[in-house]
Design a protein around this ligand. Structure first.
Ligand SMILES: Cc1cc2nc3c(=O)[nH]c(=O)nc-3n(C[C@H](O)[C@H](O)[C@H](O)COP(=O)(O)O)c2cc1C
Length: 168
């Protein structure tokens, strides 16, 4: 484990994210992983932040509501099988860690674990969240992303990055 600044390898990590990264949640003994390709890295309130965008329908959403923290793993090696499982199956139905063969290691600064794979890890505490809605949303985006999905809007979960490191 090598500690690095939260924006270390930012270009590489955003490139990985645009394809597939992992968001891990943990509450009352249950750990769940979902694939994300939407997200933002930057600053708010003079804090380093990662914004995750999670639709209300996801099991992950209900865990985030309760745990108020998450970790993000930007994988640096091929994870095709894990992406297929964690990006399509729901933790409501199956244990995705077991199904995908992924294992976890303890978080350093949060109770949520990180994926034990080569990559960069962010540990985040939620400092604000906001559910999107149609008001003041670009019409084309609304039609494309939400009208056809019965208004299943994303919540922006703004996480303060409280730890960041490489696992290689
Ligand atoms: C490449 C890829 C990227 C995805 N990105 C997101 C995302 O940014 N936000 C989101 O809400 N769902 C996203 N998903 C969908 C979730 O990963 C998927 O619905 C998952 O099964 C949710 O799991 P859960 O119900 O256990 O939370 C993505 C799926 C894939 C395959």
């Amino acid at each position: 484990m090598q500690r690095v600044p939260f924006d270390f390898n930012a270009e590489r990590n955003l490139n990985v994210l645009s394809n597939a990264a992992f968001l891990t949640t943990h509450f009352e003994g249950k750990t769940n992983v979902m694939v994300i390709s939407w997200g933002a890295l930057g600053f708010m309130w003079r804090l380093p932040i990662f914004v995750a965008m999670v639709r209300r329908s996801r099991f992950t959403h209900s865990l985030l509501d309760k745990s108020r923290e998450f970790t993000v793993t930007f994988p640096y090696a091929d994870q095709t099988k894990a992406v297929a499982i964690c990006g399509q199956e729901s933790g409501r139905r199956i244990d995705k860690l077991a199904a995908s063969g992924l294992s976890v290691r303890a978080g350093q600064s949060v109770a949520t674990p990180v994926l034990d794979i080569p990559g960069m890890q962010l540990e985040c505490k939620i400092v604000y969240e906001r559910l999107m809605g149609p008001t003041r949303l670009d019409k084309t985006i609304n039609e494309l992303w939400y009208d056809r999905q019965s208004g299943n809007y994303h919540t922006f979960f703004i996480g303060e990055v409280v730890d960041s490191y490489l696992t290689l």
